[in-house]
Design a protein around this ligand. Sequence first.
Ligand SMILES: NC(=O)c1ccc[n+]([C@@H]2O[C@H](COP(=O)([O-])OP(=O)(O)OC[C@H]3O[C@@H](n4cnc5c(N)ncnc54)[C@H](OP(=O)(O)O)[C@@H]3O)[C@@H](O)[C@H]2O)c1
Length: 367
Amino acid sequence: MLDDAEAMMQAVELAAGVRGTTAPNPWVGCVIESVDGEIFTGATQPPGGMHAEAMALAAAGDRARGGTMWVTLEPCSHHGRTPPCADAALAAGLRRVVVAMEDPDPRVSGAGLDRLRSAGVEVEVGLGADEVGAQLAPYVKHRLTARPWVVLKLAASIDGRTAAPDGSSQWITGGAARADGHRLRAESDAIVVGAGTVRADDPSLTVRHVPGTDPLRVVLGTAAPEARVQPALEFQGEISDLLDQLGERGVIQVLVEGGASVAGQFHRAGLVDQYVVYLAPAIFGGDDARGLMSGPAAPTIADIWRGTFTAITPMGGDLRIDLVTVESDNPRGHPGLGRAAAAADAEPDTGSVPIATVGLTIPEEES
Ligand SMILES: NC(=O)c1ccc[n+]([C@@H]2O[C@H](COP(=O)([O-])OP(=O)(O)OC[C@H]3O[C@@H](n4cnc5c(N)ncnc54)[C@H](OP(=O)(O)O)[C@@H]3O)[C@@H](O)[C@H]2O)c1
């Protein structure tokens, strides 16, 4: 028979496998064990398709009766594009349901658990809550604030420079870091760059070298009709309004890829949830190369932004450094962000992050 923790971690892995394909829905994993010890699994399908629980229940059929379900997020209780999963679990006759996290979506928010409990199903909540809280932090933020989770990605030399005085910046980092950047694109629903980057680099901003679908491409300012980034959404105005609009479109995670002016705007506005900096063992060696951010800096040392490293990962010959804002500076304080900040309190992880990039060959081509 499956151990509870082992089963929940399998569900977490199933959810990770469909990250970036489910928005506006959360990425959820589900494992069912029958009374005979048979295992059935499911993960959220693209919008309009089956939820994780429905997939696992369909695979199990009659064998779900009397069995146990482990699922990363509370089964839904409302009719969306698909029928409620809590009802399907009841109809299947499950005896026990183990849930990592209550769904923050106001249409669910405990109602799915209540439905199961009131029908006599044994319900447990909280196993794997830290892992799932971190995994679903973007979804939690989206449901509670109606804005996407913002990841700011930058690639810099060890002296903190991102482009040479002539504007060239391809490539500061090596193939493994660039492949990882494509993985970040694949798990995001939208990607934002400034018109300056479009003019300098003519990037296509598609997902390559890793499996995944292309995110919605957004240019701050305008892009020429023949630019490789087209078709793109062109936006002019306040970036907080852009986040409202993307949230309304069901974008759960947005990746901001720069350049320095756009990075500075997002940072100074306090709109970044997670910073990902790829650092190369290279030095521009002067102050006329572009920095990570342009615009007015903190006027004095007492005003500088301070974050916490959540992971430092060797990546080919480069480093990937993940940072989040420290919790005391984070006024939003909802559960997903709280967990991200709690993870930040842990010792920095130096080398254990399992990002499988070794051996990947990246041809030198467009960004
Ligand atoms: N190393 C890295 O990680 C990295 C990543 C990306 C880019 N880069 C490099 O960075 C350089 C480009 O950076 P950059 O700072 O010059 O340009 P940028 O940040 O890419 O774009 C700035 C431009 O975007 C437009 N814009 C920004 N915010 C806007 C808003 N809220 N509403 C409307 N338009 C808005 C404006 O365009 P208009 O000027 O048209 O008004 C602005 O001048 C390039 O050399 C590129 O190679 C490096």
